[in-house]
Structures are given as C-alpha cells and as structure tokens.
Design a protein around this ligand. Structure first.
Ligand code: NAP
Length: 309
C-alpha cells in the first residue's frame, strides 16, 4: 500500500513490510499506466457513520485520501467535510447504493472524474436481522444477503484484479466475531459473516506475496446504531458483552491491515471469545450464543398469557 498524499513518509519498517507483502508481485506496466496521473484513494463503503466512518477517519489520519460511500446524502457530506477539516486530505462523498450491480463500475468513473482511483477498498456497509429466522420477510433476508454477501463479493471481485495487476493496494472486509459461530436469533446475519471470513481468508491465501493486502475484520459488539436498527438492543449480549468504540475498532483494523494480517479481532476480550468460539463444541455454543442473542420480546412472547389461567 502506498502513502498517497506524501504527508507522511513511510519509515524503514513500513518499507520492509511493503516489500515482503509484494515479494512475488510483478506489476503490469499497462495497469500502472492506466492510473498514471490519478491519486490513490481509500474507498470505504458504509462510510457515513459507525465503523465505516471511523475506518475512513483512521486512513485519513494516516495521510490517505478517502472516498466514503453511502445512500443518504446529508450525513455523508458532513462526514467528508469533517475529514477534510480534521486531517487535511481529500475526502470524496459519493452517494451510491453498493448493492446495485453496476455500482463498482460507476464508482470507477466517478473517481476518475475526480482525479483518483481505488487503491484500497474497505467493505464496511452491512446490516443485521434480529429474531427467529422464519419471522423475517423474504425481502429482508434477501436484502441482507444482497448487501452483506453479494455486494461485498461483487466489489471485491471487481477491485482485486486491478490491484493485483498494479502489485499493490488492499481489501479490508468487515465481517464479525459472529462469523465464527452459528447465531440463533441472528441466523442469516451470522451466516453471512461466516461467508465473508471464509472468502477473504481463502483469497488472501491465494494471493499471498502479490502486493495486495487481503484482510478480514471480525469485531465483537461495537457501539453504533447497527444494533438498534436490527431490533437487537434488548438482547442480553448488549447488556453483558463489553462493546468497543468504532474508533478503537478502526484503529485495530488499520494497524492489522498495515501489518498484512489476514484476520483481525479487535480487543482483548474479543480475542478470548474468538478462541472460545473456535474450540467450544456446538452442543455448548449454540445454547449460549442463542441465549445471548435472543431479543427479550421473544422471551415475553413465550410467557403464558395470564388471562388464560
Ligand atoms: N456494530 C457492531 O457491533 C458490529 C459488530 C461486528 C460487525 N459489524 C459490521 O460492521 C459493518 C458496519 O456496521 P456499523 O455498526 O458501522 O453499521 P451502521 O452504523 O449501521 O452503518 C452502516 C453504514 O452502511 C451504509 N449502508 C447501508 N446500506 C447501504 C447500501 N445499500 N449502500 C451503501 N451504503 C449502505 C449506511 O449508510 P446509508 O444508510 O446512508 O446507506 C452506513 O453508512 C457491518 O458490515 C456490520 O455487519 C458491526
């Protein structure tokens, strides 16, 4: 990954690291020519709030120009203006629904018009669904898959060949600690994040040494509007499990990404939880995770109706 703005010069360690990550890279001259005169940018889907915004700010703090993507304009414009004010880099606010099939190509055009190209892709846009699997409408489940799985895959598939041809860049996919287990009461969400972990780890293995960082972030709970949006605020995990801030999460993600790590689990407690999720048998794990994720409304629905007794 190159430091695009020239604000901070990479130190000896960073240069050695870049050399190691690109030890087999053989950039194509045509691929480099295609972006000659354009500035590299870090593209962050879901960059208007939460983890995506914190990631964009963390990359900007390190001197990278960023392009933040979301569907709604106001928060996005404000976030981009604040990044430019605070970090002195260029922050492009691009309104786009990342689930639209031609969105990656449209983004390339928009970036080129603004004099830049996608050097790093952070796939953060994602949604959850809380409650029993069959209680969700087909439309909601398909929308979750469209965003968390299909769009992420499409964006990664679109970005990776050009990065490999240039022998640099990177993709940071945001999964979840939940991707390491089955998640009763967030079944489709957990399954979607298991896919993201599996896809990223496999692609990282295939392309090791080619100069492109491929990293998957698996955070535990983070304090964003995400939980409320999916109706999970009443679940026990929100009261019992410590939640990190988006900034802490983004900092761990950034550092792990620069180091070229494949899987990043931010926070000490989450690291222990990740180990537990890997080693506990399903017979113990499923009831425990189900108890933590079950929305309280579900429990109340199960209580016998007083009027019937
Ligand atoms: N919060 C947590 O505890 C937690 C834990 C583990 C993993 N994660 C993962 O982290 C990622 C970010 O979560 P978060 O907590 O930051 O969520 P968030 O605060 O709800 O932010 C979601 C972002 O995605 C954007 N977005 C949603 N649908 C989009 C679409 N179709 N096209 C473009 N942008 C879209 C939203 O903006 P618009 O609505 O304006 O489009 C917003 O910027 C997700 O993948 C989530 O699964 C979260």
């Amino acid at each position: 990954m190159q430091n695009p703005s020239g604000i901070k010069k990479p130190g000896v360690f960073a240069r050695l690291l870049d050399k190691w990550i690109a030890r087999y890279a053989q950039p194509y001259a045509a691929a480099l020519d295609a972006v000659a005169g354009l500035k590299p940018a870090v593209v962050v889907t879901g960059g208007s709030r939460g983890i995506g915004l914190a990631m964009a700010r963390r990359f900007a703090k390190a001197g990278h120009d960023v392009a933040i993507l979301a569907r709604n304009s106001d928060a996005l414009q404000e976030a981009a203006a604040a990044i430019e004010r605070n970090f002195g880099v260029k922050a492009h606010a691009i309104i786009i629904d990342v689930t639209e099939p031609d969105a990656p190509r449209r983004l390339d055009t928009q970036l080129a018009e603004r004099g830049c190209y996608m050097d790093v892709l952070v796939n953060s846009a994602g949604i959850g669904l809380s409650g029993r699997f069959e209680s969700h409408s087909e439309k909601d489940v398909v929308h979750l898959l469209d965003l968390n799985v299909r769009a992420l895959t499409r964006w990664m598939r679109h970005a990776l060949p050009a990065m490999l041809a240039r022998g640099r860049g990177g993709i940071l996919n945001v999964a979840s600690l939940g991707g390491l287990a089955a998640g009763p009461y967030q079944a489709a969400y957990y399954a979607s994040k298991a896919y993201v972990i599996s896809l990223t780890a496999a692609a990282a293995w295939e392309n090791a040494g080619e100069g492109v960082r491929l990293t998957v972030l698996a955070p535990g709970p983070v304090n964003t509007s995400f939980h409320e949006a999916m109706g999970a605020e009443s679940s026990f995990y929100r009261q019992l499990l410590p939640a990190l801030s988006p900034e802490h999460t983004a900092n761990s993600a950034y550092n792990g990404f620069v180091l070229g790590r494949c899987l990043i689990v931010p926070g000490v407690i989450n690291t222990f939880m990740a180990v537990a999720l890997r080693i506990l048998p399903h017979t113990l794990l499923l009831p425990l995770v189900g108890w933590l994720l079950r929305p309280r409304e579900e429990l109340q629905n199960e209580k016998p109706n007083d009027g019937e007794h």
